[in-house]
Design a protein around this ligand. Structure first.
Ligand SMILES: Cc1cc2nc3c(=O)[nH]c(=O)nc-3n(C[C@H](O)[C@H](O)[C@H](O)COP(=O)(O)OP(=O)(O)OC[C@H]3O[C@@H](n4cnc5c(N)ncnc54)[C@H](O)[C@@H]3O)c2cc1C
Length: 264
């Protein structure tokens, strides 16, 4: 058993999130313990975590938790992962985390064993499914799978959703179970590096946009998300019809608060 941070490291942290105020108002600090961790698809690890604070915990589909995965000196390093599911009765929260290569988040995920403890803060994030859209379009890479599937599964019967997801290979495809009418296009990278906008951009330029008012959810690499947003804006989607969120930046570690570092 190896906790993410030792008691001594935790006690010495200079933590900007020691108080959950400002943008973290309404979140809860969660004393997570790993229940199990297993390879779900070749590039995806599924972790189930428990915490006493999950009793009565509420979240919206698409929201995430921020995990305290490491420390650099006395500075905490956090990473954000979308809540794939929650079983409130069993106090079990599921995360689907991409194995992309290396980073403090990845190292923690690979080492996590049942009984390991890690601090979480959540729920975080403002993006959830639009209640008024006539149709929904989800686009992203494998880091967006948890958010996309959690949101698509929450859509009521009668809604219409198109999912376009870029993944490493066919074996990384997952089964979706939703009351909505859904159509999924899987784009296989087949050895090409993640974070190249071309495949998703081509789909954004050509995907059929049904009649009525739609909403697009764009998650993944920062520049890819920007490009998709530009293309869909060019096809007539207003800013209020798009929910873009940069999850990671190509060739660059996320900042210690878990989002891609800003340029400059
Ligand atoms: C709101 C939010 C929700 C998110 N939900 C999820 C989720 O449910 N599941 C999930 O897997 N990720 C999710 N992410 C993305 C995840 O937090 C980032 O991928 C993060 O960079 C991983 O941290 P790390 O320490 O492993 O790598 P970092 O230290 O941040 O990066 C190290 C290196 O790895 C590269 N890298 C990072 N992520 C990827 C990737 N996905 N593919 C290829 N290269 C990468 C970077 O470019 C860098 O070169 C979410 C991010 C946000 C902001």
């Amino acid at each position: 058993m190896a906790d993410a941070l030792s008691e001594a490291t935790l006690a010495a942290l200079d933590d900007p999130f020691a108080q959950l105020g400002g943008p973290l108002a309404g979140t809860t600090r969660l004393a997570f313990e790993v229940v199990d961790s297993a390879r779900f698809t070749p590039h995806m690890q599924r972790l189930r975590l428990t915490a006493p604070e999950l009793d009565g915990f509420r979240y919206l589909p698409g929201q995430d938790v921020m995990l305290l995965v490491a420390a650099e000196g006395n500075r905490p390093v956090r990473r954000r992962y979308t809540i794939r599911g929650l079983d409130p009765a069993a106090r079990l929260l599921t995360l689907d985390i991409v194995l992309h290569g290396d980073g403090p988040g990845e190292r923690w995920v690979r080492a996590a064993r049942p009984g390991d403890r890690i601090e979480g803060i959540g729920p975080r994030g403002k993006i959830t499914t639009s209640a008024t859209a006539d149709w929904h379009l989800f686009m992203g890479d494998e880091s967006a799978l948890a958010a996309t599937f959690a949101m698509a599964e929450a859509l009521p019967a009668g809604s219409l959703a198109t999912l376009i997801l870029e993944i490493p290979e066919e074996d990384d495809e997952q089964d979706l179970s939703s009351a909505a009418a859904t159509r999924i296009s899987w784009l296989h990278r087949l050895g090409a590096p993640a974070g190249d906008p071309e495949a998703l951009a081509a789909e954004a330029a050509e995907v059929e946009l049904p009649a009525g008012r739609g909403h697009a959810y764009l998650f993944g690499e920062a520049k890819v998300v920007l490009r998709l947003r530009e293309i869909l804006a060019g096809r007539g989607l207003g800013e209020d019809q798009m929910s873009p969120k940069a999850y990671w930046g190509r060739g660059r570690a996320n900042a210690s608060h878990g989002e891609p570092a800003k340029d400059g």
